[in-house]
Design a protein. Structure first.
Length: 408
């Protein structure tokens, strides 16, 4: 509905004089109690559109050269909505609009002024460095702020949350679950998975999973008697892995002393406790990478691309990665991971079984805490023969990279 209203408003910017002559109402002049709150027509009686008027408006928007391809598509979408109101036919448009669209030279339209596609994205090695650089008393951040950054870095650059809508859903969430015995935890997204269309919105529950990063395959729990001092540091040296996101969730629950705790709180030294959530989570995640020694400037909207990079690095299948991002296979491949192998997997629901839902991120966790020179997974007989051949030939090629690139 927002997209339809946006297209209508763009029509007025580009073809306002013509729409005025045709006595088409402006935003706010429609019935106040309709589905759009008076910002647009919502019934056949309110809609003043005809085939000829729709074609003229669409042509004037194109000829104005004020809109790009994406905006012109939004206008077309809004006109399709008016066609539905007048005819009752869904997923169709006015004949004049379709004819005009076929005649347009889309290459002549203005290009995007502010491209949203990220180009500066953390590598999996950057994330490993951040998650293996522990907190010390010389660290620029106090321990209370450090553990929050570990949590938001995991959510943003490992789980690949979108920088706005997804982060807001996690910020508002007060539903968490921690299972230290099985080394995982989750935070429920308020309203479920984002970017669902029309009646599907709010119908698909989604959880942001976290797993343990303690070396040795066993989680080191935070001591029951642990609390921060007023400056947000520990009284004694930490006995747990400070970079473990699961331990970070334990600390946040313990320090806020409630089951309904905030996921990204800021530490206030004056009162000696946590307060409101951090405002700009993506910015805080990128700044934390800088603090951890990765001295690069990353794009604010690079979280989902960062997820795609480590999925590619570890050759994670779509069957396993779906439970993280939730996108259709063709959408995920087209926008984020173009090297993804095709599968026939058609499930769109996130598994309620933790073992299945966390399979991909557990693979990432094992890769993070292992020796970088060790293989990511055991080699089969053919792969061992290839590795031996490369070694005998004096080559420096990594057998895992060859496998990942389908050169085996």
């Amino acid at each position: 509905m927002n997209a339809i209203r946006t297209g209508f408003n763009t029509m007025w910017k580009c073809a306002g004089p013509y729409m005025t002559r045709k006595h088409i109402k402006r935003k706010g002049e429609f019935r106040k109690d309709n589905q759009h709150g008076g910002k647009l027509w919502a019934s056949r009686r309110e809609c003043q559109m005809t085939d000829r008027i729709a074609g003229e408006i669409f042509e004037k928007c194109y000829e104005s050269k004020k809109v790009g391809v994406a905006q012109l598509k939004q206008i077309r979408h809004s006109l399709s909505y008016s066609y539905y109101l007048k005819t009752g036919i869904v997923e169709d448009n006015w004949p004049e609009v379709k004819a005009q669209w076929a005649s347009f030279d889309l290459t002549s339209l203005p290009q995007t002024k502010r491209p949203l596609k990220p180009t500066r994205i953390p590598t999996p090695e950057n994330l490993r460095q951040a998650f293996t650089t522990p907190w010390t008393r010389e660290h620029p951040l106090c321990l209370a702020d450090f553990v929050v950054r570990i949590e938001l870095l995991w959510h943003y650059h490992v789980f690949g949350l979108r920088p706005n809508v997804d982060i807001v859903k996690v910020k508002r969430s007060r539903t968490h679950f921690i299972n230290t015995n099985e080394r995982y935890a989750w935070t429920e997204m308020v309203g479920g998975r984002s970017k669902l269309h029309k009646q599907k919105r709010g119908t698909r529950e989604w959880r942001v999973y976290t797993v343990c990063l303690c070396p040795g395959g066993k989680h080191k729990c935070v001591p029951a008697n642990f609390f921060f001092n007023q400056q947000g540091n520990s009284f004694e040296a930490p006995t747990w892995t400070t970079t473990c996101p699961l331990a970070a969730m334990e600390i946040l629950r313990k320090q806020q002393q409630t089951e309904e705790w905030a996921p990204y709180p800021q530490w206030y030294a004056k009162k000696g406790g946590y307060g409101r959530n951090i405002g700009d989570v993506p910015k805080a995640a990128n700044e934390f990478l800088n603090i951890q020694g990765i001295l690069e400037e990353f794009d604010r909207n690079s979280g989902r691309k960062s997820l795609a990079r480590w999925l590619d690095k570890l050759t994670i299948s779509y069957n396993d990665s779906l439970h993280i991002h939730g996108d259709l296979e063709e959408v995920w491949r087209g926008k984020y991971q173009d090297k993804l192998h095709k599968s026939s997997y058609r499930c769109r629901e996130q598994s309620k079984e933790a073992d299945e839902a966390t399979k991909a991120i557990r693979t990432f966790a094992r890769w993070v805490v292992q020796n970088p020179d060790e293989p990511t997974q055991p080699l089969n007989r053919s792969q061992k023969l290839l590795a031996a051949m490369l070694k005998r030939m004096g080559g420096e090629e990594d057998v895992h990279e060859i496998i990942a690139e389908d050169e085996l």
